[in-house]
Design a protein around this ligand. Structure first.
Ligand code: GLN
Length: 305
C-alpha cells in the first residue's frame, strides 16, 4: 500500500474543514494555539513510519495521557482496578458530574476525567511522591524518547481553571473513592494531561497496543495479551466520551482523543497511527483529526470491521 500517497490525499481532502471547529478555550493556555495546523503519522511493526504535515510540532496530549496511566495501573493492579473504575461507556461529556453522584463516586470508565483522576490516585498508592515521575518515565520508555516532558504553563493553566475537575475529585473523595490528598492527586493529573508530544512520538508510543502488549520493534512487554485487548476495547467504546459510538461508526478503530486536538488509533496487528489538528467538534474531539482517520480507513480498508 502506498501510505505516503494516501496521506497526501488526506491532507488535501481535509483542507476545506479548517473553517469549522474551535480550539479548546476552557483551558486558557490551549486557547492560544494556532488552529490551522494538521499532522498525521503512521508507525508500522517493522520500524518504518510515514508522516505528513506539522509532524515535529508538539501539542498537549491531554486525555490521551489516560491511556498511559491506565496501562500502568492495569499492570500494577490487574482486575482489582475495576472496583474503583468501571468499563462501560458513560454517554456523557468527559467532565460530567451528574452520573458520578448517582453511581456513588465510581466513574464509568478510565477515559473520562473522573476515571483518570481515580487511576492517578491508585498509582499514587504505589508510587507516592514519585507518581508523576513514574508516569513520565513510562511514556518516555514506550516512546523510546527521553526528551518528552510536560508543559508547565498548560499545567498551571489547568490548575487555575480546573473547577470541574476539583468538583469531580471532591465528589469522589466524599464517596471514599479517592485515598490520597486531593490536591496532590489533581496536581499530578493536570501534569500528565499537560505532557507535550508530536504525532511521530504518539504513534510510536502506542505500538505495543497493536501487538498484544508487546512492542514489536524492541520486544519489550508492557501488558499481557488479555490486558492489551481490554485497553483496545475501552478505546473503542469509551475513547471519545459521548462521541465514542460516532467515532466507531465513522472510523472503525480503537482510538483515544484529547482536547489538545490529538487522536491516537490502533490497527491491531498492523500499526498505530496518530493525527493532530487543534480545532474540536462539539464533543471535544479533533474535528479534522476524526475526518482524517475516517478517510484513512475508507481508503485503506484498515478498520477492525
Ligand atoms: N485536562 C483536560 C481536563 O481535565 C483533559 C480533557 C480532555 O482531553 N478531554 O479537562
Amino acid at each position: 500500500m502506498n501510505f505516503d500517497q494516501i496521506l497526501k490525499e488526506i491532507q488535501k481532502e481535509i483542507a476545506p474543514l479548517f473553517k469549522e471547529g474551535q480550539v479548546a478555550n476552557y483551558i486558557p493556555a490551549l486557547a492560544n494555539v494556532n488552529p490551522n495546523q494538521f499532522a498525521m503519522s503512521l508507525q508500522l511493526f517493522d520500524g518504518t513510519s510515514h508522516h505528513i504535515g506539522d509532524v515535529d510540532t508538539e501539542f498537549s496530549i491531554q486525555s490521551i495521557s489516560k491511556v498511559y496511566t491506565f496501562t500502568l495501573a492495569l499492570h500494577l493492579y490487574g482486575k482489582e482496578l475495576y472496583k474503583n473504575v468501571g468499563h462501560e461507556p458513560s454517554g456523557n461529556s468527559f467532565n460530567s458530574l451528574i452520573q458520578l453522584e448517582y453511581e456513588h463516586g465510581i466513574p464509568r470508565n478510565p477515559f473520562i476525567n473522573a476515571g483518570a483522576i481515580v487511576t492517578t490516585d491508585l498509582l499514587m498508592n504505589t508510587y507516592k511522591d514519585e507518581t508523576f515521575a513514574k508516569i513520565l518515565s513510562f511514556i518516555q520508555e514506550v516512546c523510546d524518547d527521553e526528551k518528552i516532558t510536560y508543559d508547565k504553563e498548560v499545567a498551571f493553566s489547568e490548575k487555575e481553571h480546573g473547577y470541574r475537575n476539583l468538583a469531580l475529585i471532591n465528589m469522589m473523595k466524599s464517596f471514599d473513592n479517592i485515598t490520597n490528598d486531593t490536591h496532590n492527586v489533581i496536581a499530578d493529573y493536570f501534569k500528565h494531561c499537560s505532557i507535550s508530544m508530536n504525532t511521530k512520538q504518539l504513534c510510536r508510543s502506542m505500538l505495543f497496543l497493536a501487538n498484544h502488549g508487546i512492542d514489536p520493534i524492541n520486544n519489550k512487554q508492557y501488558l499481557t495479551s488479555s490486558q492489551a485487548k481490554r485497553i483496545n476495547s475501552l478505546m473503542l467504546t469509551c475513547g471519545h466520551y459521548d462521541a465514542s459510538g460516532d467515532f466507531a461508526f465513522q472510523v472503525g478503530l480503537p482510538g483515544k482523543s484529547g482536547v489538545g486536538g490529538g487522536i491516537v488509533a490502533i490497527v491491531p496487528g498492523v500499526m498505530a497511527l496518530s493525527v493532530w489538528s487543534p480545532q474540536l467538534n462539539k464533543k471535544g474531539n479533533s474535528l479534522i483529526g476524526t475526518k482524517a482517520l475516517e478517510l484513512f480507513t475508507t481508503k485503506t480498508g484498515l478498520s477492525i470491521f
